[in-house]
Ligand binder design. Structure first.
Ligand code: ARG
Length: 272
């Protein structure tokens, strides 16, 4: 009887050992499968259909604008198309209001590229790629304006694009302002020229584009003169999609390394 018990025990132990081994083995296989899927097909849902739907707001030259054929073009558009090419994905651009971009990620669009500054508040709802451009807010003034320092902005009527960092500065950081929010930056500049605003606060490169477009009527003053801080542009991504972030950052790094990025800067930004 004792022998039988011992035999049975031995059998049970062998069996459980075998099962343990079996479990381990299948767990490992499962892990390898997932890794392979990630590597070969991309684990991100966003790219599963081979299409990267990109939101932008094409009211922000030279980063994005509507060209003569009615198509969105600009530095950001060319950059995301180059990224799409590296990822083997077709890029479809959706032009929408800047203020609705962040909320549309994960539903109407996969990602957003729109000269978008990385901010802590936005990071609560989206992730950001590695940053690709440095910016600062500029102040556009009527050519004969005497506004020159941060003090001078107190109590002024300021035009901004709705939901931008220029809007946040004018609304939150400068005392006693009246802030007029526009969906299109150019409408703010037109109101400045018409005497309805004291100034417009907008990012450096668009400010420089508007300065040359409305030459003699307005001047663009560097934000450093008003103690505005440095900002970083990045692509806004669905929160928690690490696979997509990795793919986009990888493509971005390649584009920087192979000279494409510098070429785009020359074509779209320095060529202005
Ligand atoms: N950099 C600013 C921000 O993130 C303004 C961006 C506006 N971009 C645009 N495409 N309209 O708030």
């Amino acid at each position: 009887m004792k022998k039988l018990v011992a035999l049975l025990l031995a059998a049970v132990m062998t069996m459980s050992l075998l099962t343990a081994c079996g479990n381990n083995a299948s767990e490992e296989t499962a892990k390898t499968d997932t890794a392979a899927e990630q590597g070969e097909e991309g684990a991100s849902q966003a790219l599963a259909d081979g299409v990267l739907t990109v939101g932008t707001n094409a009211e922000f030259p030279p980063f994005e604008y509507v060209d003569d054929n009615g198509e969105a073009d600009g530095f950001d558009i060319a950059l995301i198309r180059a990224i799409g090419e590296k990822l083997g994905a077709e890029v479809v651009v959706e032009n929408m209001e800047f203020d609705s971009l962040v909320a549309s990620i994960g539903s109407k669009i996969d990602v957003a590229i729109a000269g978008m500054t990385v901010t802590d508040e936005r990071k609560e709802s989206v992730d950001f790629s590695d940053s690709y451009y440095e910016a600062v807010q500029y102040v556009i003034l009527p050519a004969d304006s005497e506004i020159a320092t941060a003090e001078d902005l107190v109590g002024k009527t300021i035009g901004v694009q709705l939901g931008t960092t220029g809007d946040f500065i004018a609304s939150d950081d400068i005392a006693d302002t009246t802030v007029q929010q526009y969906n299109k930056a150019v409408d703010a500049v037109n109101d400045l020229i018409n005497g309805r605003l004291d100034c417009v606060i907008i990012d450096k490169n668009p400010a420089l584009v508007f300065e040359s477009r409305f030459e003699g009527q307005v001047k663009a003053v560097p934000g450093e003169q008003f103690a505005f801080g440095v900002e970083e542009y990045a692509i806004a991504l669905p929160k928690g999609d690490a696979a997509l972030a990795q793919q986009i950052n990888g493509a971005l790094a390649e584009i920087k390394e192979d000279g494409t990025f510098d070429q785009l800067v020359k074509t779209y930004i320095e060529g202005e």
